[in-house]
Design a binder for this molecule. Structure first.
Ligand code: FES
Ligand code: FES
Length: 161
């Protein structure tokens, strides 16, 4: 076992991990932060997306030890301290961008990374960016709409699914 230390949602954390421990497992099993979901463990589904030093990363593709000293942001850090949702989370709620919610943490974290690099994405920009995030429930339409709404764009012309 080796000790790993990093900052998660602005708070310093550390724990003992094996060399093979994935960042997703460290977050969920060691820190109890189960908001980061694991749908496949094989880099397919995107449910485990977090930000590492500001970049969206599938946390099942990264070893915990590789995040030594990094700044990690997870879905648990997205809402304000008083529990109010951020703009992306609120848009998912307003535009019915989720059903079972399993994919939602990864979707929200991917959306946040997208809007940081492209503040006014087109519908095709959003669909292309979400290529690595799988949703089994929604058909994606309302997710795309929610993300465009979160970017401040008028989505009234986009029909609800
Ligand atoms: S759990 Fe990481 S991509 Fe599916
Ligand atoms: S809302 Fe169920 S998997 Fe996306």
């Amino acid at each position: 076992m080796t000790q790993v230390s990093m900052t998660v949602n602005g708070k310093a954390v550390s724990g003992d991990v094996e060399g093979r421990t994935l960042l997703s497992s460290f977050l969920r099993d060691k820190l109890g932060m189960t908001g980061t979901h694991v749908g496949c463990d094989t880099s397919q589904c995107g449910a485990c997306v977090v930000h590492v030093d500001g970049a969206a990363v599938k946390s099942c593709t990264m070893l915990a030890l590789e995040a030594e000293g990094a700044s990690v942001d997870t879905i648990e850090g997205q809402a304000a301290a008083d529990g109010s949702l951020n703009a992306i989370q609120q848009a998912f709620q307003d535009h019915h961008g989720l059903q079972c919610g399993f994919c939602t943490p990864g979707m929200v974290m991917s959306a946040a990374a997208l809007l940081k690099e492209n503040p006014k994405p087109s519908e095709s920009d959003v669909r292309e960016y979400l290529e690595g995030n799988i949703c089994r429930c929604t058909g994606y339409h309302n997710i795309v709409k929610a993300i465009m709404a979160a970017s401040g764009q008028d989505v009234s012309a986009i029909a609800a699914e």
